[in-house]
Design a protein around this ligand. Structure first.
Ligand code: ATP
Length: 363
């Protein structure tokens, strides 16, 4: 039995989690995975009933689960922490030590990319420190206000976190056809912090003679990604640079609605779309569920690597293939990709294809 905790979130979150649950249920039925779903309320709904956007009991459930699926949350609109407005995403990443935020960006055959060229890259974003004030201190916040007209933001870069995100990036690159890693940094200005980050990445690179390696400044990288995203394979970078570049790369691939990600640690992993809660789309059955469905496929792969069985990896491939097929036809893709399907209809088409794939594999 593999226990998955589903957290609905805010805005389009509940719709996306429901769509993802439908696909995971089909994967469970088709591939006999033995999934057990548990749900818990977070976000504004939890604030209203429990006084916190992520009650302690939810964190305990997350710790006990084998994997987590987190719907987008509207944490920018939450009240201050003192009034219960905690960022569930940042808190779970920190509490469960989900140090690697793995963010693929790729084009899909059948849906022509707006940038005109096919590409397939993956960003390994350090997830526990950097400029992110909600997680870079043992307690309190990494932003301080010594006087009303001045704020200091602290950026934390450690050898340990830099080395482990680099190891994750190189280990993954070694499995890909292009076997190339690009470190993205701003060490010409942030000499000490990005200098330390690069030292650790170079140390890890030295242990992978079969993986080629280069380094690019983050500002140049923004331009180079727009110009030729197909030049890149695996990108490893610090927290904020990875956050920004991955949205850019996702949009180049067609839509933020295709942007999957996994927050992975040693013992825990959490599937989470790259985008936010898109309040403009909430409750209208038009949000693209592919981002969270593909994130759940990454979680199935991670569970397979952690010993839950080869069927999990097979199910992940079937989910990816089903998403690819649904993107080919306007009738089974959402309006952000100039399609006509609603969130539920797209998830339904993907679920049916996953179930069929599982049944034919086991026939
Ligand atoms: P938040 O404050 O939670 O970050 P936001 O709307 O400011 O929400 P995002 O949710 O990241 O930021 O989305 C920006 C825009 O991208 C949305 O307004 C929406 O138009 C588009 N978008 C995001 N996610 C999806 C999706 N799953 N399907 C279709 N369009 C999406």
């Amino acid at each position: 039995m593999t226990r998955l905790l589903l957290l609905g979130g805010d805005g389009i979150g509940p719709e996306l989690v429901e769509a993802t649950r439908a696909v995971l249920t089909a994967a469970d039925d088709g591939f006999d995975l033995g999934l057990q779903f548990e749900t818990a309320v977070i976000g504004f709904d939890a604030l209203a009933t429990e006084g916190s956007t992520i009650p302690d009991a939810v964190i305990d459930k997350a710790r006990a689960a084998d994997g987590i699926v987190l719907g987008p949350v509207s944490h920018n609109a939450y009240p201050p922490v003192s009034e219960g407005g905690l960022n569930p995403s940042g808190l779970l990443r920190k509490t469960l030590d989900l140090y690697a935020n793995v963010r693929p960006a790729r084009t899909f055959e059948g849906y022509p990319p707006p940038c005109g060229q096919p590409f397939d890259l993956v960003i390994f974003r350090e997830n526990t420190e950097g400029f992110y004030a909600d997680r870079n201190m043992a307690s309190g916040t990494g932003e301080v206000r010594p006087d009303p007209d001045m704020v200091l933001a602290l950026r934390k870069v450690t050898r340990k976190a830099s080395a482990r995100i680099a190891r994750a990036a190189f280990a993954h690159a070694a499995t890909r056809p292009a076997r190339h890693v690009t470190a993205v940094h701003k060490a010409n200005v942030l000499r000490e912090s990005d200098g330390l980050f690069l030292e650790e990445v170079r140390r890890v690179a030295a242990g992978y003679p079969d993986v080629t390696y280069d380094e690019v400044l983050v500002d140049a990288m923004a331009a180079l990604l727009v110009r030729s995203p197909d030049r890149y394979d695996v990108i490893v970078t610090t927290n904020m640079f990875g956050d920004i570049l991955s949205d850019l790369a996702a949009e180049l691939s067609g839509s933020l609605g295709l942007a999957a990600s996994l927050n992975a640690g040693t013992d825990h992993a959490m599937a989470q779309a790259q985008h936010g809660s898109a309040p403009d789309l909430a409750g209208r059955d038009i949000a693209n569920p592919a981002s969270l469905i593909l994130s759940a496929a990454m979680l199935l792969d991670w569970l397979s690597e952690k010993g839950h069985g080869a069927d999990f990896a097979a199910a992940a491939r079937a989910v990816e293939q089903a998403v690819r097929s649904s993107l080919k036809d306007p009738v089974t893709r959402t309006p952000d990709l100039s399609g006509t399907a609603g969130t539920r209809a797209m998830a339904g088409a993907i679920s049916e294809a996953v179930l069929r794939a599982g049944q034919s594999e086991r026939a």
